[in-house]
Ligand binder design. Structure first.
Ligand code: P6P
Length: 339
């Protein structure tokens, strides 16, 4: 009698993982469940964006001076509403909010966690139907339980993350996360609205064969990045070079592919972004945590581990190199030679 395979839902898997923590009381389990619910709501709108008047721009700009797309704003409101009504979260920092959002209800003030997130990253791809994503980081608060969250709660180094992940709204919708016990992926069955376990333990192939960078900025790249790009393009069959160039301008989609197939993602300093473009707290730290948990690494191209960079502000930008250890170390070598 063959054992009938029964797919694991996200909630079943999270509860199983929780049981590995004898002192866990289910708060983090419930919080991850809330993120999954908000992701499903955003997914529904993303899938219909072309049909309803939610494409296009709001005419507003966010703290970054970037045009806010209607879906960006919708996603931000959904996560604020769902997390603000949870009892686990006392505050939220997002790309769309200039300051941290401190949830004021008595229940929220007792929340043990804070969340840093980009509710919908890659918004320039929304109107052209290219994959976009939600990225999130979860920390224990350092301020006193029962009080409002404070900015210091959101300025912890990435090593303090208790969980991180993303939802990828692509050809299928996936939720990928880690709590420090490896990286696991779940795929949404839209017919019943459940995330099912599809990638039990994601491990980044190393060495990889893909490099992801916006080569349109080549003229403005640091010399070490230019040399690394040339290294990727050299013909050297024993090291599987030339590598394949893949870049779709969506952090979650580019890094999801690189984590599964083995590739490096680089967003270095450029003249437009002298500190780098990506934000440390809600883009680089979560992706760096996942990259390390999948067997890779993430640095700022100057020998600093992303997870150990102490944030100075919630929207701080840093240069970002993430991928298989061999590829990131090779890029770092060229950066060091030219530093
Ligand atoms: P560029 C999207 O705006 C984003 O933050 C990431 O998702 C993406 O990897 C990057 O910026 C793309 O930036 O300058 O190459 O268009």
């Amino acid at each position: 009698m063959t054992k009938k395979f029964r797919a694991h839902t996200l909630n079943e898997f999270i509860v199983q993982q929780q049981n590995a923590f004898p002192y866990a009381k289910g708060d983090l389990t419930r919080l991850l469940g809330h993120i999954a619910i908000a992701s499903k709501i955003v997914n529904r709108e993303v899938n219909m964006a072309g049909l309803v008047d939610i494409l296009g721009e709001t005419g507003k700009e966010n703290i970054q001076g970037e045009t806010v797309k209607k879906l960006d704003e919708f996603a931000n409101e959904q996560f604020k509403t769902v997390l603000g009504s949870s009892i686990e979260v006392c505050g939220l920092a997002t790309e769309e909010e200039e300051d941290v959002v401190s949830f004021e209800s008595d229940l929220s003030r007792d929340g043990k966690y804070i969340v840093c997130m980009d509710p919908l990253d890659g918004s320039s791809n929304i109107d052209v139907n290219v994959s976009i994503g939600t990225v999130f980081s979860i920390y224990r608060r350092i301020s006193e339980i029962g009080s409002p969250s404070v900015e210091e709660d959101f300025l912890q180094p990435g090593t303090e993350q208790v969980a991180a992940g993303y939802t990828l709204y692509g050809s299928s919708t996936m939720l990928v996360y880690t709590t420090g016990m490896g990286v696991t992926g779940f795929t949404l069955d839209p017919s019943i609205g459940e995330f099912f376990l599809s990638h039990r333990k994601i491990s980044m192939p190393d060495p990889g064969t893909i490099y992801s960078i916006n080569e349109g900025n080549y003229a403005n790249f640091p010399p070490g990045v230019k040399q690394y790009i040339k290294y990727c393009q050299e013909i050297d069959p024993p090291t599987h070079r030339p590598y394949t160039s893949r870049y779709i301008g969506s952090l979650v989609a580019d890094n999801h592919r690189n984590m599964l197939k083995g590739g490096i993602y680089i967003y270095p300093q450029t003249t437009s972004y002298p500190e780098g473009k990506l934000r440390l707290t809600y883009e680089c730290n979560p992706i760096a945590f996942l990259a390390e948990q999948a067997g890779g690494m993430a640095t700022d191209g100057m020998g600093n581990r992303i997870l150990e960079i102490p944030p100075q502000s919630i929207h701080q930008r840093v240069p970002f190199f993430a991928g298989p250890t061999n590829m990131v170390n090779q890029a770092e070598k060229y950066m060091q030679i030219n530093s």
